[in-house]
Design a protein around this ligand. Structure first.
Ligand code: GLY
Ligand code: MN
Ligand code: MN
Length: 444
């Protein structure tokens, strides 16, 4: 049965806030996973849709939430706000395989909703709901099945001489404004996700030695995550030795770790549905060479400058700008970049730092990455959580770089909570100064 560490009251508060953002008479339709599109069956683990989860806390597959904003002040029976769930009915045989279901009879009370109906009644009930709506908020284009079903409900509403809204509006632009600011309960879960993730990284750091396979470090990470109470990773682990670190989303994790190489480990667990996202880069044999240390310390200085820029009121882009400045100066010092900026022209992003420094973090690892206004101009506010992950990469084929630097990649990533005061680094337990990394590796 569904469980969550976020209270029923908090879910009710979230739904109320979303309804306040919607126009009177409008309707939001939020499908859970496994109604439209495949639910994966036994072949892959079921993962509830994040928007649905945020609004309901209901973990079962095969459910749809409809939120209707009332038309206050309307005479003759003006309707009220309502949260209506469609979910699967109880079924002894299916529950024998999949475990206990809540069922529509119990769901409304358990989840603090106004009504719950069997999923099998959704097609009969939806035309009246969409037919009365002044606007419909939903995420079109994610599942063609959903888009087609909605068209069918609208057609049926018209056939019944209802006048459904023809303006279909996005849901994410509203909902992700709420998801961006984490509550105290969410921050608690994210702290735990970060702690467990740090434990996994410490295991990998201590176990690392030349001749192991990248996948052997992945085993340490996964052991630490599961041991800590996480059930999943937030994304596939990246364990990239040597030049593999220059492949940003490397996932093969099947190469041996070389004596003279760095290894980049980017891995985070998902705990109670909240993601952590942590990267450390360290020498396979436990001691940085002067060349490795030189590149590493530029990224470290860039990351520290970027974290310092994570202040309320700063632009989302401020940490990226701070990191880029340090990395550009460092690349010039190392002779990898020429010290010439075209007069007045905005500096281009060097090829050595191809990705941006931050993304939002929360229920998804790349959280709230839907169709919202450009993040670059958004200002940071207390309760937001973002990653800070500058990286420098010199791929083996990068002919313009002196050969001694080629085949190296360094990324350092932490999860940062914006507070009214100083930024809080949720993943600060993972060593990252050269001295701390060497000390922990020596103690392994
Ligand atoms: N682990 C994926 C990322 O850092 O964005
Ligand atoms: Mn990241
Ligand atoms: Mn990462």
């Amino acid at each position: 049965m569904a469980t969550t560490r976020i209270s029923r009251r908090e879910h009710q508060r979230r739904r109320r806030k979303l309804l306040r953002m919607m126009a009177p008479g409008s309707l939001a339709i939020v499908p859970g996973a496994g109604v439209f599109g495949a639910d994966g069956g036994m072949a892959s683990a079921f993962r509830q849709d994040s928007d649905f989860w945020y609004l309901s806390g209901f973990a079962e597959s095969g459910a749809v939430l409809a939120l209707r904003r009332g038309r206050e002040g309307r005479r003759n029976g003006g309707d009220k706000d309502a949260a209506i769930l469609f979910c699967r009915e109880r079924n002894a045989l299916e529950e024998l395989y999949d475990g206990e279901r809540l069922g529509p009879q119990r769901a409304a009370k358990a989840l603090g909703l106004d009504a719950a109906h069997p999923l099998s009644e959704m097609d009969a009930r939806m035309p009246a709901l969409v037919g009365a709506a002044s606007a419909i908020h939903c995420s079109l284009g994610e599942h063609s099945d959903f888009d087609q079903r909605l068209s069918g409900w609208l057609a049926q509403a018209r056939a019944k001489r209802l006048r459904p809204a023809d303006n279909i509006l996005g849901l994410k632009p509203l909902l992700h404004e709420l998801r961006l600011i984490k509550s105290a309960a969410e921050i608690g879960l994210m702290r735990r996700a970060a702690e467990i993730t740090v434990e996994g990284h410490l295991r990998a750091l201590r176990a690392c030695r030349p001749g192991l396979l990248e996948g052997n470090l992945e085993a340490e990470l996964l052991y630490g995550f599961l041991r800590g109470g996480a059930r999943n990773t937030a994304y596939p682990c990246i364990v990239a030795g040597g030049a593999n670190a220059c492949v940003l989303h490397y996932m093969a994790n099947d190469a041996p770790l070389g004596q003279d190489d760095l290894v980049l480990v980017d891995a985070g667990c998902e705990y109670e549905r909240y993601a952590a996202d942590l990267t450390r880069t360290f020498p396979v044999a436990g001691r940085f060479s002067p060349k490795q240390r030189a590149l590493y310390e530029i990224v470290l200085e860039a990351q520290q400058a970027a974290i310092a820029a994570c202040r309320p009121g700063a632009l989302f882009d401020a940490p990226d700008a701070a990191a880029l400045k340090v990395m550009q100066d460092g690349l010039v010092r190392l002779g990898l970049l020429l010290d010439e900026q075209p007069d007045g022209a905005a500096a281009e992003r060097p090829a050595f730092c191809p990705h941006r420094t931050s993304h939002w973090l929360g229920l998804d690892v790349h959280d709230c990455s839907g169709d919202r206004p450009e993040d670059g101009v958004r200002t940071l506010a207390p309760g937001m959580v973002l990653t800070v992950e500058p990286g420098l990469y010199v791929p083996p084929g990068m002919k313009e770089a002196p050969s001694k630097w080629r085949g190296m990649g360094v990324r350092i990533e932490d999860d940062v909570l914006i507070t009214a005061d100083r930024p809080q680094v949720l993943t600060s337990g993972a060593p990252k100064s050269v001295e701390d990394i060497e000390r922990v590796m020596a103690s392994g």
